[in-house]
Ligand binder design. Structure first.
Ligand SMILES: [Zn+2]
Length: 484
């Protein structure tokens, strides 16, 4: 039996259990920092498999680690399990329709239910393979909370959870089979709060100081800033508190949430300082006071070309996901909802350059060198990539063109083809991890490349180790993170 075939056989023996775990998590979608049921189910399965688990990793209640193996290097495999608000959707239904038990609730629009179960499946296969062959090496599965807007991994990095890791692998559901070679943007996310004075808007407007005016003027100021910022930077905002629904009451408090992004974290902070000056200006203009509170910070993602080349080799050796005619047919029903323009654009952006046979599901592998150097999004995998060489693959869990964070993505979360893609990702990650545990030269090369890039652009952990996310403040004694 070849190594790949042997690993595939191990995966085969465990896959039903992990598919059931993914389905269970899909059925009970939990938001960032609240993934208690998902974590309990994951720990139960990992412990039954013989992993040594560490709950409340670094004091974060829905973070955990599960480790197996002895000696050798330590490779991390990262999993996630958080859902998104307002995306409740019935499985396999081709129109927007909330799940029957979950009206208007949460939904797995980014397929993190598959991400977590697939990564755990990979870790199980690595453990079994090492044990069968009596090989040295350690694998540690990380249950990472709050990827969606929470930066769970960033906090874990700041609290030292990855300090002893030699390298890390992960994957993400999408609609193509690929090694994710693109860099991604650093991001500083903060709430801006303005406080004014309430007044009757008609009888005593001169006594009022409008916090809502300040929010609007700040947005206007930032829109002027856009002309004078670097090309690859991005700034966007949402008004998260308008201060009330009555036009005849001067709004005494209002709040916006800003994301400021740039290819380098240091320059992102510089840009963020300019945004803060605009907030200050808006407060001066309106005679209000202002404050900013950091919500989360992501570093830029550092791709590792050494690991990416090897991952590509393994991905091509394993091949595309073996979808059958029933899968293609099922996925086509979802693809039919999108316009052909949307699907064509998604194909191009996704690196699918031909209009070949694959109509609804990606059956091949995206060649190395196809994807853009930078993708203008952000991920908390980035902070792990600053600590240790990190590489990731994407797997086609959805029909081609499916937008992430949509009801379409949620609806496909329990399909046979989504399960197949998850199992496929687990196989590739297990093969790559076992390879990396045994190939000292490969690991050295990956580390060498990593240290050169860190030397060029040193990483500052965004938070002090004692800082907990704001969402956990009331549960534990966290520090305030006022930044103005
Ligand atoms: Zn995601």
């Amino acid at each position: 039996l070849s190594e790949v075939a042997e690993i595939a056989a191990i995966i085969d023996g465990h896959k039903e259990e992990l598919i059931a775990l993914a389905d269970l998590t899909w059925d009970n979608p939990e938001l960032r920092w609240e993934e208690h049921a998902a974590v309990a189910a994951q720990i139960k399965l990992a412990e039954a498999e013989g992993f040594t688990s560490e709950r409340d990793l670094t004091g974060i209640p829905t973070a955990f680690a599960a480790q197996a193996g002895r000696g050798g290097p330590l490779i991390a495999i990262l999993g996630e399990y958080d859902a998104l608000a307002g995306l409740s959707q019935a499985a396999d239904v081709t129109e927007p329709q909330p799940a029957s038990n979950n009206d208007g609730g949460n939904g797995h629009g980014c397929a993190h239910h598959l991400l977590g179960a697939g990564s755990l499946l990979a870790a199980i296969a690595v453990k079994d393979y090492l044990a069968t062959h009596g090989l040295p090496g350690r694998v540690r599965y990380y249950g990472c909370p709050a990827e969606e807007g929470g930066g769970g991994k960033t906090y874990l990095v700041c609290r030292g959870a990855f300090d002893d890791v030699d390298a890390a692998f992960t994957w993400h559901p999408g609609f193509t089979s690929k090694v994710m070679t693109s860099a991604m943007l650093a991001s500083v996310q903060a709430y801006f709060r303005f406080t004014g004075r309430p007044a009757h808007a008609a009888t005593s407007p001169h006594l009022g100081r409008s916090a809502l005016d300040a929010v609007e003027l700040m947005n206007v100021g930032v829109n002027y800033l856009r002309e004078h910022m670097p090309d690859d930077a991005r700034i966007h905002y949402a008004i998260t508190d308008t201060g009330g629904r009555s036009p005849n009451v001067v709004q005494a408090s209002a709040e916006s949430l800003y994301f400021v992004r740039h290819p380098k974290l240091a320059e992102t902070y510089d840009l963020f300082e300019r945004v803060k000056k605009i907030a200050q200006g808006a407060a001066l203009m309106t005679d209000t006071t202002w404050s900013a509170e950091l919500d989360s910070v992501f570093a830029e993602l550092l791709p590792n070309a050494t690991l990416n080349r090897r991952l590509q080799h393994h991905l091509e050796a394993v091949g595309g996901v073996p979808f059958d005619a029933a899968d293609l047919h099922a996925a086509a029903r979802f693809q039919a909802i999108l316009s052909s323009t949307d699907v064509d654009m998604a194909r191009r952006v996704g690196g699918l350059t031909t209009t070949a046979v694959e109509t609804s599901l990606h059956q091949g592998v995206i060649p190395l060198g196809t994807l853009p150097a930078v993708v203008h999004g952000s991920t908390d995998v980035a902070d792990v990539s600053q600590i240790a060489p990190t590489a990731q693959i994407g797997a086609p869990c959805w029909s081609i063109g499916t937008p992430p964070h949509s009801w379409l993505a949620v609806a496909q979360g329990k399909t046979t083809y989504a399960h197949k893609a998850m199992v496929h990702a687990a196989t590739v990650l297990a093969v790559a991890t076992i390879d990396l545990l045994q190939d000292e030269q490969l690991l050295d090369g990956a580390k060498q490349e990593h240290s050169e890039r860190i030397y060029e652009s040193p990483y500052q952990r965004p938070f002090a180790p004692e800082v907990l996310p704001a969402a956990l403040h009331d549960r534990r004694s966290g520090l305030e993170r006022s930044v103005n």
